[in-house]
Design a protein around this ligand. Structure first.
Ligand code: NDP
Length: 248
């Protein structure tokens, strides 16, 4: 039986490290055609070159998801280069944590911009093409913090609850266009994400949790592959997964 991922045109935001990079690596070995976006252009260019040298088909487009025109350009590269976009993985995100009383307002705004607005721009860029094609698949990355709140990550959790709300609304609206939607909510996965925590107290707590519990990023790649390899009529809408030893 042929691999259902082979030949799919997949756009990934935040592909320069962590979950996005792991998804790119696995999907490339499965034969997907990748268009990779991230602000660190050198990282995605190196990744694309490595995947292409191994027989893959990947393009890098430097993309800041808080800039709508850049997200349009990223999706435009898929459509002009390959004639379509089959999968949009809205993965880019930040997790600076701190108690609200610390008033890290700049970080709150940055999270709203990247984690919510970035996902909206991804939807805005890909939806018209998927609607016209009458096919497509959105994968939006939330978190276990999109299901539960705790002290120190109220704003991050708010952005990840928002990703789930947007994705569920999208799911209901795109039925006529044969578009699938999947929310993936990981627990602690070893990536560069804790580096975005600037608050000393929250940083220490996060680093301790990740040192104790975090699992490798290829766990995310396998979850993505699971959602993408279902038969066309099967729409996997939500997956929550976490390290076996993680309580939260
Ligand atoms: P990383 O920090 O390793 O990767 C984050 C990615 O997002 C990088 O590629 C980064 O690009 C990109 N990014 C940051 N800002 C922007 C921006 N303005 N525009 C475009 N891309 C941007 O973390 P993860 O891989 O862990 O994070 C990926 C997603 O997974 C996030 O949405 C995160 O909230 C979510 N998540 C992660 C969990 C974990 O434990 N790791 C748990 C639950 C959810 P660059 O470095 O080039 O700036």
């Amino acid at each position: 039986m042929s691999n259902p991922v082979a030949g799919k045109v997949v756009v990934i935001t935040g592909a320069s490290s962590g979950l996005g990079e792991a998804a790119a690596r696995l999907l490339s070995t499965e034969g997907a055609i990748l268009v990779l976006g991230a602000p660190r252009g050198d990282r995605i260019e190196a990744l694309a070159a490595e995947l292409n040298a191994a027989g893959g088909r990947a393009t890098a487009v430097t993309t800041d998801v808080t800039q709508r025109a850049q997200v349009e350009r990223l999706v435009g590269a898929a459509v002009s280069g390959h004639g379509r976009i089959d999968v949009m993985i809205n993965n880019a995100g930040l997790m600076p944590q701190a108690l609200l009383e610390r008033l890290q307002v700049d970080e709150w705004e940055r999270m709203l911009d990247v984690n919510i607005e970035g996902v909206l721009y991804g939807i805005a860029a890909a939806l018209p093409h998927m609607k016209e094609q009458k096919s497509g698949h959105f994968i939006n990355v939330s978190s276990v913090a999109g299901h539960k709140v705790g002290p120190g990550f109220a704003v991050y959790a708010a952005t990840k609850f928002a990703v789930r709300a947007l994705s569920e609304g999208l799911r209901q609206e795109v039925k006529p266009y044969n578009i699938r939607t999947t929310i993936i909510s990981p627990g602690a996965v070893a990536t560069e994400l804790p580096d975005s925590v600037t608050d000393a107290e929250a940083g220490a707590r996060i680093r301790e949790l990740y040192a104790k519990a975090a699992i490798p990023a290829d766990s995310f790649a396998r979850v993505v592959a699971f959602a993408l390899t279902q038969p066309d009529e099967v729409d996997i809408n939500e997956i929550v997964y976490r390290p076996t030893r993680q309580e939260f």
